[in-house]
Ligand binder design. Structure first.
Ligand code: ZN
Length: 200
């Protein structure tokens, strides 16, 4: 069962590409708050190259016996960090436009083709870990081109940072769970405004 409040349920019923990238960025799960009497612990699904290999195979991005090595793991974490960063929401009061805040994503084996039947296509030749990661990058770029990427958002609670899909009609959802993360942060801000309690 998925951890509260968010999990793969976030993307139930959405296109498989959204679910794939959502799963990829949330392999780093930084949720570390207490909910329903349970303390969540941060975790990284990829603690070894083998774990990354299992993840990629489980999502059909890697087939056969193609090995996954430590360099692939570094590359996967680099891509994940960049994709996660691009889902950060501007702080309240901060300008939404952050045109200068970009990461160069280099070292991914991309092949671009153009044809009268296929149009312009980006593919990833090869079988190894880098090719598998490049397929994630292409999927993310396609989601960005069709506007769906903007709906993948990092929850701004520092003890959460779960990346959720904003299903709200106007696309202005801020928290992965307003009831949990939104309320928790509101209560914390309220306590800070009241200052330290005086000893009697
Ligand atoms: Zn949250």
């Amino acid at each position: 069962m998925a951890l509260p409040p968010a999990g793969p349920d976030d993307v139930a019923g959405l296109p498989a590409d959204v679910a794939l990238v959502h799963a990829f960025v949330n392999t780093l799960d930084l949720r570390a708050y207490r909910v329903h009497g349970r303390q969540l612990q941060s975790s990284d699904a990829w603690d070894t190259p083998q774990a990354l290999g299992r993840w990629l195979r489980g999502h059909r991005l890697l087939t056969g016996d193609a090995p996954v090595n430590a360099a692939d793991l570094d590359h996967a974490r680099y891509l994940r960090a960049a994709l996660r960063d691009s889902t950060r929401q501007p702080r309240r009061g901060q300008a939404a436009s952050r045109a200068d805040d970009v990461t160069m994503l280099t070292g991914f084996p991309l092949l671009a083709t153009a044809g009268p039947d296929t149009g312009i296509r980006l593919t990833s030749p090869g079988q190894g870990g880098d090719a598998a990661l490049t397929r994630i990058l292409i999927t993310a770029a396609e989601l960005s081109a069709c506007g769906l990427w903007a709906r993948l958002k990092m929850c701004p609670a520092t003890d959460c940072q779960w990346i959720f899909f904003d299903r709200s009609r106007p696309g202005r959802g801020r928290w992965c769970s307003p009831d949990l993360c939104g309320n928790r942060l509101k209560k914390r801000a309220h306590r800070q405004r009241q200052g330290p309690t005086l000893a009697s």
